[in-house]
Design a binder for this molecule. Structure first.
Ligand SMILES: [Zn+2]
Length: 211
């Protein structure tokens, strides 16, 4: 068995088939410790231990397929030079553009908000309106934010659904600058953080720092 990831999909490659899991909003994979049966939606046993899919809201998707077939953009921790031309042809708000997995695969709602804050870009701006220097700030902010979040084991919100593979809590939540902080002061300039909806998703930003 080989374990891989592509975008937000986790791929368990077995000899004759592929098990593909997308955790969505509430799912997580745990390894090792025994979990109560009512919390486990799926488990698979390996010679060295058991992997459990824990998913209280039952939003995770599990599929068995022969080959992985999804139209996904490049990985956000790879070479992001393509951003300079890829953003040029889209009128979509840059926040929605970042969440569209066909453009770039693996950025979710929390991190899109934090990336745009780090890059100082208003999430409502059309992707094509970004100047070269702004795209460059985005290119730098994407791996910075994601690498820091991964090092912190991700973001466990107050619903506590997200945990690491051994049940660890993700500690990036305390370092969120804008996500979920509507009305709180911006950590840079003290302007109250605003919340708007873009493409049906809650979006948080600082109207002073993000232009
Ligand atoms: Zn600010």
């Amino acid at each position: 068995m080989e374990l891989r990831r592509r975008g937000k999909y986790i791929l368990f490659q077995f000899a004759d088939r592929l098990l593909v899991i997308h955790l969505r909003m509430s799912g997580r994979l745990e390894w090792g410790r025994k979990l109560p049966a009512d919390r486990v939606r799926l488990s698979f046993r390996f010679p060295t231990g058991t992997v459990y899919l824990v998913d209280r809201r039952r939003l995770a998707q599990v599929e068995v397929m022969e080959h992985f077939e999804r139209v996904l953009g490049p990985e956000p921790l790879g070479d992001l030079g393509f951003l300079h031309f890829a953003t040029r042809n889209s009128r979509a708000p840059i926040k929605a553009w970042l969440l569209d997995q066909r453009n770039i695969a693996g950025i979710g709602n929390i991190y899109a908000a934090e990336i745009l804050f780090r890059a100082g870009i208003d999430p409502r701006r059309p992707a094509a309106s970004l100047a070269e220097a702004e795209v460059e700030r985005l290119r730098i902010a994407i791996p910075e934010v994601l690498t820091e979040a991964i090092a912190a084991m991700g973001t466990t919100l107050t619903d506590a659904t997200w945990r690491g593979p051994k049940g660890e809590l993700g500690t990036f939540g305390v370092r969120l600058s804008v996500y979920g902080r509507a009305g709180e002061p911006c950590p840079v300039c003290n302007t109250p953080i605003q919340r708007v909806e873009i493409g049906g998703r809650g979006t948080y930003f600082c109207p002073t720092c993000q232009r």
